[in-house]
Each structure stands twice: as C-alpha cells, then as structure tokens.
Write a protein that binds this ligand. Structure first.
Ligand SMILES: Cc1cc2nc3c(=O)[nH]c(=O)nc-3n(C[C@H](O)[C@H](O)[C@H](O)COP(=O)(O)O)c2cc1C
Length: 212
C-alpha cells in the first residue's frame, strides 16, 4: 500500500507540513509506505488548456500531458492507494501550487462526454488538510465544499480536516501583527494544535480503510 502526500505550503516545517507529517505517520502505522512532496519549490504549472487529455485516440487521453515537475507526481498519485493534500488557505483559496495540482488532477479526469464525464484511471481515498488563521472549521465553507465535492467526483471519497487559528510566526513582537492576541495564539498552539496533529494522524491511519 502506498500513500502520496502533497505539501502545498511554501514552508516545509510549519503548520501544514506538521499536519502532513502526522498524517503520514498514521498511514505508516496502518502499514502503508508514504512519499511526501513539497511542491512549492518545484517547477509546477496549472492546466495549460492543451486538451491532450481529451484527444480521442491520443496517447495522453485521460492523463495530463504537461511536462513539468508535477507530471511524475500525478503519475505516482494514480499508481498509489491513497492521496493526502495539505494547503494553507490563502485568500479563501488553496495556495497557487496546490491549485495547479488540483487543475491538472481534476481536468485530466473529466471528459466532455454525455455518457461518461469521469475518466479517472481509478478511485482513491483522499484526505485534505487545510490550515487557516480563521478561528474555526468551516469559515471558508465554499472552498471546503468545492474541494470535497470535486475531489470526491474525480479522485475518490474525500475527508477534509482543518487546523485553525494557527501560529504564523515564532515571535509576534517582530511583525506588524497587532490584530492578534498573541497569548491566545500561544495557548492555542500548546493546547489545540496537538489535538489537530492527532486528528491528522487518525485521518492517515484510517484513510486506506476507505478504499473502494
Ligand atoms: C498570503 C496569505 C494569505 C492568507 N489568507 C488566509 C485566508 O484567506 N484565510 C485564513 O484563514 N488564513 C489565511 N492565511 C493564513 C494561513 O493560511 C495560515 O497561517 C496557515 O496555517 C499557514 O500555513 P503554514 O504554516 O503551513 O505556512 C494567509 C496567509 C498568507 C501568507
């Protein structure tokens, strides 16, 4: 069993990455192998609208043909048994590199075909992890619904969890950030974030049970 994890945060050790590491540990404790990719540093592009994935008889039918660093990762995703994607929420959306992944993953699985719209190679259980400054889950409801629905349609049964009100910097006194209650942020980091990490672990631990 193999699980691919994608970190869509530019930061490799902060909130999103830690949630993903915890989810990966859950996967490994359930007996899976894991690969984690930090895609922000890679040469990744969104969908180029080339339509090779829809060209009848074409060698890339149902697959993304764009040849950049995401291509082998997309191939590995479809060869794996489950997928976990983590992203910070940026302006009520996923980060740009996560969006690039979603466009490529989703659009190559969609055909403009009256009979059969979904042409994904297979179904995979998916975990989505969002981290936010927003104080509670569901603050970005439209985003959560869009991602859960689209991922479920084109990839497989999707569970989305969030870590909210995250700590953004080590030392708030160095930044122009007086709108935050620093003590409350610290307390949340100490008391709530460990529970968030545990939920990420549990998501990883049970994800493969959802294999259809
Ligand atoms: C450019 C930018 C935009 C952001 N926009 C939002 C937002 O719309 N909603 C929100 O809840 N948090 C927002 N945040 C906060 C981050 O989502 C949050 O701090 C996240 O946990 C950071 O993840 P990281 O520690 O893995 O980098 C934003 C942060 C940045 C840098």
């Amino acid at each position: 069993m193999k699980v691919v994890l994608i970190n869509g945060s530019p930061r490799k050790n902060w909130n999103t990455a830690q949630m993903l590491e915890s989810a990966a540990q859950g996967c490994r404790d359930a007996g899976a192998e894991t690969s984690l990719y930090h895609i922000y540093d890679m040469d990744v592009k969104g969908c180029s609208s080339c339509f090779a994935c829809k060209l009848l008889g074409g060698k890339s039918y149902g697959k993304c043909a764009l040849n950049d660093a995401l291509k082998p990762i997309l191939e590995e995703i479809w060869q794996s048994d489950a997928l976990i994607v983590g992203s910070p929420v940026y302006f009520a959306d996923v980060t740009a590199c996560t969006r690039a992944l979603f466009e490529r993953l989703w659009f190559s699985s969609l055909a403009y075909n009256r009979e059969r719209m979904v042409i994904s190679p297979k179904r995979l259980p998916v975990g989505v992890i969002f981290t936010t400054n927003a104080p509670q889950p569901g603050f970005h409801k439209a985003l959560n619904e869009l991602v859960t629905r689209t991922m479920t349609t084109f990839v497989g049964p999707t569970e989305l969890i969030e870590a909210n009100d995250t700590l953004q910097f080590d030392d708030y006194s160095k930044y122009d950030a007086s709108m935050f209650d620093v003590e409350a942020k610290r307390r949340r980091r100490e008391e709530v974030f460990p529970q968030d990490l545990k939920r990420a672990y549990e998501l990883g631990r049970r994800l493969l049970e959802k294999k259809e």
